[in-house]
Each structure stands twice: as C-alpha cells, then as structure tokens.
Design a protein around this ligand. Structure first.
Ligand code: SF4
Ligand code: SF4
Length: 468
C-alpha cells in the first residue's frame, strides 16, 4: 500500500514548498498539489509523479524501516575496506578529568613484539578475500608519546600495502597537539599521515589539565603554535570538547582560533562516563554507571561536567548551525548532518579493528585498554576474533530492536547513535545524536540555501525535483 514516509520534512520558500526525505537525503521542490498530498493525513488514492516520489523516498510501498535495515545489514557484509585504530600507548602527558580512559599515569606502551604481532594480524585481515583499501587512525593515550612506534608502524603499513598490491592506507592521528612540533608534523606527513585532529577544552592553557588556545599572557598556547606550523604538512581539524565548565568560553575560543586562520573547527559534547544512559544492568559494567558501587569512578560520575544532550543540541545550534551561510566549512558540516548514514560508526559495521598497546583487539574506541571488551589478542591469532562472545555481541547488535530508534523520525541520520553503552551496559536511554533536537532547523537552513534554478529550468508543473 502506498504510504507517506515517516522521514518527510518540509520548508516553505518563496518559490514553493521544498521537501526533504531523511531516508534518501533528497531535497525536492514540490508542486502545490504534491506538497499538499504529502503533508495531508488523508489516505492517498492517487498522486501524480508517484514513481519519482517513491524513488525519492517521499512515498513508499511496504515497510520503509525494512529498507533501512537491509542497507544496515548489507553494509556489514561489505568486506572491501578495513579500518584500523592503533593505540601505540595508553599513556598521556595530560590528565583531562573527563577522559573516558581514566587515569593515564601508568599507561602501557606497545612493545616491539606486539607491534610485530599487530602487523601480522593486519596482514591476515588484508589477505582476506575482497579487501581493496584500508585506513589507520593513530590514537591513544597520546600517540606522539610513542612517536617512533607511529612512524615505524606507518612505514610498515605502507610496505604491507605495496606488498599486497593495495593503495597506501589513509592515515590520521588524534593527538592533543603538545608534541606535534614542526619536525614531527613533517615526519608524520613523510610516512603518509595526512590528517591530524586536535582538541581544545579551554580558553587558557593550564598545565596538564586544560588544553587552552592561549597561554596566561594571551599569546597562542603551545598547542596552537604547533597547529599553526603543522598546517604546512597536515590537514588539521580542531575539535572543541564542550562541557558545562567551558560552555561560556567557546565563542571566544572560536574567535581566537579564527585570528590565526584556524576555521576547520567542530564541537563534541563531553560524556566521559555514559552516566546519562541509566544502565539497567551492571553486569560487565566498565564505568560504574549503575551508581551502586562506591568506586572513585562513581564520585567522578556524580561530579561529571557533561551537558545534557538537549542542552548540547541548543549550544550546537547557536554556535555552529546559525548564520553560517557565508562559512563554507560550517555549512558543509551542516549539510553532512542531513546525509543518511548506513551505520553510526565502524563498530557496528564490523570493519573496525581497534588494537591497544597490549595487543587486545576490539571493535570500539571505548573498549581499548579493557580486555573484558576485547574480541581477541594479536598474540593469540589461532583464536579467531570473529568467534568470540564479544564479536558476536557486536555482530548481532541492531539499533532497530529498540522501539525508540525504530520509530524515530531521524533514524536514517543517527542510526542508533553510539552503541557502546547498549552493547556493554544494557543502557536504558537511547544515545540520541543532536540532530534529533534540531532536525527541522537544519532542514530549514539547508532548504533555504539550496539553489534550484538549474533544476527548475527542467521542471514541469507537477514533477518533484531532486537536489541531493
Ligand atoms: S560505538 Fe561509540 S564509542 Fe565505540 S567507536 Fe562507535 S561511536 Fe565510538
Ligand atoms: S539514538 Fe535517539 S536519535 Fe538516534 S535513532 Fe535512536 S531514538 Fe533516534
């Protein structure tokens, strides 16, 4: 039976009504007749351009959630790309109170033995049938505390690619930037690391605790100085970790970065302890979220400076989504929010392999350093990582089993959010992406800015026009 999509949104413009469908990501200028039909709740008897409207997702026959589920499942069987995240160390020269990895002071470094075993594991992955590309993210701890490991293993990954006739991997690094000197940036770029993500969480740099953009004299901090120099060798993306503590500083942080030409900036909400997910079950708990135990972690949870998801969404709207038509970087980020996803991240996709300094292999960045959440270890490759109970949990995880997600109006844009709290903590609350709170605003912004002149010239009076 022909039905309206639950993912339709509409924008009023001078030239008519623009429709957007979140399952297909298509914007289309609609005739009055079609817009009226799509917005009405009367049964649909017949509609002009039915085929086009169905192809664009505004109408559907059968169950449209089934179509989303089959894309999600099909993608799990795409074996072509392997995504690696390697943590050469869990040690860090900073001590951020919100870090989900907790205390870094005794962080382990990856031994030469584990490096070799990790490369053997990567080789075995790449030799599987159908592999054509791979990428690697260097993560930690602070990966540049183990710079030699990053450089040597990057070289060996390139050699492995050449040996197997594959393109060299895309490589990036997530670093706090304090050790990203010009010579280190150059060394990284020479071994193929082309991108660095660096986070700030404060206006003023304070010892090991606050990653500020300026020092106490108002000059660029060591991190910002490094970014300015690293720009010659690497593509830099700056992330601002937003919490209740620094909320009021963020506009000044952005404007200070702008003075030095740093505009590739985005924000993320700090949620170190996943405490807002209100776990139903503390078995397998790694962070004490049930609140029943008396560990130090629980005190930290109670003092957490995490913003609520709704508050973060309001912040994001005000500082990153409003009045951005003349800012191409921010506008591109806004458009990306409206592009449908197949999976929220590589953990559910099944192509992500996170290798920690002890050689434990897991699916998720949050599981690094936690053997209980690992699928296998590179030193015991005779045990297939895919056969473990943890691998099975990830393989069988589906956000569609949760009624909140199944019925959600932004499901194709969020795809169930970060699944770690559901996979390991039986979280009761959905980990909603901020798009849930401002979908209509985003559609209005993009819909008002889309130039449909080209499409309109080929338009007929009744046909909807795709403008993906
Ligand atoms: S499940 Fe969540 S924490 Fe884990 S990799 Fe995905 S987004 Fe990150
Ligand atoms: S996590 Fe929240 S926003 Fe995402 S699909 Fe589920 S209910 Fe929707």
């Amino acid at each position: 039976m022909l039905q309206r999509s639950q993912f339709n949104y509409f924008v009023k413009r001078e030239d008519g009504i623009l429709g957007y469908n979140a399952r297909t990501g298509i914007f289309a200028l609609l005739s009055d007749h079609i817009a009226g039909t799509l917005q009405s709740s009367d049964p649909i008897k017949s509609v002009k351009s039915e085929k086009e409207l169905t192809n664009m997702g505004f109408l559907h026959n059968g169950d449209e959630i089934d179509q989303i589920i089959s894309i999600f499942e099909d993608e799990r069987h795409q074996a072509s790309r392997v995504s690696l995240t390697i943590l050469p160390t869990l040690a860090c020269n900073f001590s951020c109170d919100y870090c989900f990895q907790g205390d870094h002071s005794h962080g382990q470094f990856m031994s030469p033995n584990t490096q070799e075993a990790s490369l053997r594991y990567v080789r075995s992955l790449l030799e599987e049938e159908g592999r054509s590309t791979f990428d690697c993210t260097w993560f930690g701890g602070e990966p540049l505390l183990a710079k030699e490991t990053v450089i040597n293993m990057s070289r060996q990954l390139n050699a492995l690619a050449e040996n197997l006739g594959l393109p060299c991997p895309d490589m990036k690094i997530i670093t706090n930037g304090t050790l990203l000197t010009p010579s280190t940036s150059k060394d990284l770029s020479e071994v193929g690391v082309s991108f660095a993500q660096i986070s700030f969480d404060s206006l003023v740099f304070k010892g090991k605790h606050k990653r500020g953009v300026m020092d106490v004299n108002g000059d660029p901090s060591i991190i910002l100085k490094n970014i300015i120099d690293a720009n010659k060798y690497l593509t830099i993306r700056v992330r601002i970790n937003v919490s209740t503590e620094n909320l009021s500083e963020v506009p000044e942080i952005i404007s200070y970065l702008g003075k030095y030409g740093i505009e590739n900036i985005y924000a993320e909400r700090v949620f170190a302890h996943e405490n807002e997910f209100a776990s139903n079950d503390d078995s397998g708990c790694t962070v004490g979220s049930c609140g029943d135990c008396r560990s130090e972690d629980v005190s930290r949870i109670k003092e957490s400076s995490s913003l609520s998801r709704a508050d973060y969404a309001s912040f994001e709207k005000e500082h990153f989504l409003e009045n951005i038509s003349d800012n191409p970087v921010k506008f591109k980020d806004l458009v990306k929010k409206l592009v449908p996803k197949k999976h929220f991240c590589g953990a559910t996709l099944g192509n992500m392999h996170v290798i920690d300094p002890a050689g434990f292999i897991s699916r998720c960045w949050h599981s690094a350093g936690s053997p209980a959440e690992a699928m296998a270890n590179v030193h015991k490759l005779h045990l297939s990582d895919n056969a473990s109970d943890i691998a099975r949990r990830w393989r069988e995880f589906t956000p569609f089993a949760y009624p909140a997600c199944h019925d959600c109006k932004v499901l194709p844009l969020c795809m169930g959010g970060c699944s770690h709290p559901r996979v390991f903590m039986n979280a009761a609350e959905p980990p909603c992406d901020s798009i849930k709170h401002h979908i209509q605003f985003c559609v209005d912004q993009v819909g008002s800015a889309i130039d449909l002149r080209l499409q309109n010239s080929a338009n007929t009076s009744e046909k909807a026009t795709g403008a993906k």
